[in-house]
Write a protein that binds this ligand. Structure first.
Ligand code: D5M
Ligand code: FE
Ligand code: ZN
Length: 545
């Protein structure tokens, strides 16, 4: 009941141009007559206030409702004390039998959470409910102790002119920077120098994978390229390293060690290494209990956008149960867009791209105004398709300005209270899943596809397939530093787990199955919100559909 009331109050407030603190909505919803309370609060909030604060509600509710509305005007009695009226409820806010953790929802993560049980921590309903109306300080921590830092945002930094030379630069930069992570590990030589070494020598090289081919006798020929030229490496079919060949992608950076053939024209691979994440990587964690909701693929404007699930999510964020959710990360595809795929227009609910963003913005306003929001674009959004994708332009920022979100490029890294989260929409996951064998990467376990990106230290290694690469002077898609959390979306499947202690999490979506997805048997995980504890990196999944 209070949940519905909260939703109604939020939409009423938004329609009148206000955002509201979660606590304010909770208190209004708990009032004897929420509608009347809302009217009184709106009369009393200062004229220039954009956000209705808990204090505003407090000050109204602490005074009796003298009908005929008291015209105390603007000044807003601050410092009001705890109100009996507001804390009276203690009801069942936020508890709804349909909302359970993913562990009971049949979604994939259960078997794959890496270290320790990460779901089911949030005891399933029904459970005793915390009483509402504790002081604001208990409900949501003081925003001043939050910290949010962005790195790697290339918005406004694009230098690419689309010239061939920019492609050369981006690959040179990739080889240089990822190569640095490998050069200390092997006694490498340039491709041209290897050609001149005597047959039988031990050799090593760091390079980009230029070509992968099987030979008539079932061995694998891998051509590595560096700044001086290319050199062919042969992985024999009976060597242990042959198991790694099927996970190689063109244009990734590798180190190979081996023995030069008698004629010095080819080398036999003895070992092969990826830039990778050190096994002993120790992720940073927050110093207090604080959570982030990691979501993506809202697809507003599609006929399949699940408004009810979204509203339930937004309502839940207003409840006591979500009091520690202070950050929300959105990894692309805010809207359905137009002309993204053939025949897409047949499934559009809103055909105008700007109207789609207006509608998205209305949905975003239902999220509590005191949650910090960070968003990157995806392939359905109105920015260039080639990656890296800069953050939205001024006009779209204006439309989505309600909660003053941080709007940054795809990819970008956001560090929340010391925990770095690499956000990337995830188009390359289609590529990884298509190229790698089922057991190494599949739509049912999208996080495993993410592990390979971490291992390659690059969010989109292979160029020329699904993933479009923007030619730039520098490669913005490299994972220069190891992130504590890697967050992607795009494939519309929920999955998470740990790779060398890094939490990889692919959020689901808010769009029911489309005709295309039906035709290729993609069964999306729609209406889930994975919530990460930033102090432990544990994940719980809330289900809203
Ligand atoms: O794509 C969601 C997922 O579905 C992603 O794995 C790509 C795939 N997809 C969806 N529609 C198409 C079409 N028409 N062709 C190829 N692949 C498709 P998203 O881009 O997030 O909607
Ligand atoms: Fe999507
Ligand atoms: Zn997408």
């Amino acid at each position: 009941m209070p949940l519905e009331a909260a939703a109604r109050l939020v939409s009423e407030l938004t329609s009148r141009g206000y955002n509201a603190e979660r606590e304010a909505v909770t208190r209004l919803a708990a009032a004897e007559d929420p509608n009347a309370a809302l009217e009184r609060v709106l009369e009393e909030v200062p004229n220039d206030a954009l956000v209705v604060q808990a204090d505003h509600v407090e000050s109204v509710l602490s005074r009796p409702d003298t009908t005929g509305s008291p015209r105390t005007d603007g000044s807003n009695a601050a410092g009001a004390t705890e109100s009996e009226a507001a804390s009276a409820d203690g009801g069942t806010a936020g508890r709804d039998a349909t909302r359970t953790d993913a562990s009971s929802a049949g979604s994939p993560p259960s078997a794959s959470t890496g270290t320790g049980p990460t779901e089911g921590r949030d005891s399933p309903d029904p459970s005793p409910v915390e009483t509402e109306g504790s002081s604001p300080a208990d409900r949501a921590a003081d925003p001043a102790i939050r910290s949010l830092e962005i790195t790697g945002d290339m918005t406004g930094e694009s230098t690419g002119t689309g010239e061939y030379s920019d492609f050369v630069s981006v690959f040179r930069d990739r080889l240089e920077r990822l190569g640095t992570k490998l050069r200390g590990r092997v006694n490498h030589r340039p491709a041209t120098a290897i050609q001149g070494m005597p047959g039988g020598s031990d050799v090593a090289m760091v390079g980009l994978v230029n070509d992968i081919r099987s030979t008539a006798s079932g061995h694998w020929l891998i051509e590595l390229e560096d700044a001086t030229g290319t050199f062919p490496w042969l992985v024999m079919k009976d060597r242990e390293y042959v198991d790694l060949v099927d996970e190689l992608l063109c244009d990734e950076v590798l180190a190979m060690e081996g023995t030069l053939a008698d004629d010095s024209g080819i080398a036999f691979v003895d070992s092969l290494s990826f830039p990778d994440v050190p096994r002993t990587y120790e992720p940073s964690t927050a110093d207090r209990h604080v959570q982030a909701a990691l979501i993506s693929d809202v697809h507003v404007g599609s006929q399949e956008f699940m408004a009810d699930a979204w509203n339930a999510f937004a309502d839940w964020l207003h409840t006591e149960q979500a009091q520690h959710v202070e950050y929300m990360l959105l990894a692309g595809d805010m809207v359905e867009g137009v002309g993204v795929y053939p025949d897409q227009d047949e499934e559009l609910d809103i055909v105008d791209i700007y109207e789609q963003y207006e509608a998205f913005s209305e949905h975003l306003k239902k999220v509590p105004g005191d949650i910090e929001i960070v968003m990157i674009p995806g392939n359905h959004d109105a920015v260039r398709l080639a990656e890296p994708q800069p953050g939205f332009d001024e006009e779209l920022r204006g439309i989505m300005s309600a909660h003053d979100p941080q709007i940054v490029s795809n990819p970008s890294t956001v560090t929340l209270e010391g925990v770095s989260v690499l956000m990337y929409h995830g188009v390359s996951l289609d590529e990884v899943i298509a190229e790698l064998p089922e057991e190494k990467a599949s739509y049912d376990e999208p996080h495993k596809a993410m592990y390979h990106l971490l291992k390659k230290r690059h969010v989109a290694p292979q160029f020329g397939g699904h993933t479009r690469l923007a030619p730039e002077e520098k490669d913005y898609l490299i994972m220069e530093d190891v992130p504590d959390i890697f967050h992607t979306g795009h494939v519309h499947k929920l999955g998470f787990g740990k790779y060398h202690n890094v939490l990889a999490i692919n959020s689901g979506c808010w769009q029911a199955q489309t005709d295309f997805q039906k035709s290729v048997n993609i069964d999306p995980d729609a209406g889930f919100a994975p919530i990460v504890d930033l102090d432990t990196l544990d994940v719980t999944v809330q289900k809203f559909s």
